[in-house]
Design a protein around this ligand. Structure first.
Ligand code: ZN
Length: 187
């Protein structure tokens, strides 16, 4: 998990943006969560060079040349495949940018990412992380159930029934809205 004083947090403060929610997610989901909504206002780290660079620093990924467009393409492909895990066409098109090379080291198997074009290295690492998560827990990769929320998470709860990015931000609000709709329906 990242600390409160990571590079992104500092860059957001410098820009006067609100804190980024849900910063405890694995890499692929953290890429999806580079955009979020607060009070109806959308925020997107990938809209700005310095915020993109800060995110890459925190995730210890290559940032030269700055891969803003590549990260955006990878993010769109991941959102699409989480919405419909059977449709891997966009994901597969991007996976063509690299391949895995395996080696056995002192401490066991080591994965190397062979990505010919350096501008694709960071995005490819995120796609690789998604494949790992998908193999381990496909049905636990979710978008928040609030239709107005764009955040994604890995459900690590015991029951596997988590629906919200956070109960306070989205869960309670939606429950209140449903309750309100039901009360009106009765009137
Ligand atoms: Zn949410």
């Amino acid at each position: 998990m990242l600390g409160a004083d990571d590079a992104v947090a500092g860059a957001l403060r410098a820009r006067g943006w609100p804190e980024r929610p849900l910063v405890d997610q694995p890499l692929a989901l953290d890429l999806l969560n580079t955009r979020w909504v607060v009070g109806g206002t959308p925020y997107d780290l990938l809209d700005h060079d310095e915020l993109t660079a800060a995110w890459l620093i925190d995730r210890e990924l290559d940032r030269k040349p700055l891969p803003r467009e590549q990260l955006r393409e990878a993010r769109d492909a991941l959102a699409a495949v989480i919405a419909d895990p059977a449709d891997c066409s966009r994901l597969n098109a991007l996976l063509w940018h690299g391949r895995l090379r395996l080696e056995v080291g002192e401490h066991g198997e080591v994965e190397h990412y062979d990505v010919a074009d350096p501008v694709w290295r960071a995005a490819w690492a995120c796609l690789r992380d998604y494949l790992r998560l998908r193999a381990e827990a496909l049905d636990r990769l979710r978008k928040c159930a609030n239709p107005d929320c764009v955040l994604h998470f890995l459900d690590t709860s015991r029951t596997g029934r988590r629906q919200w990015c956070s109960m306070t931000a989205c869960g309670n609000r939606l429950k209140a809205r449903r309750h309100h709709d039901r009360s009106r329906g009765r009137a």
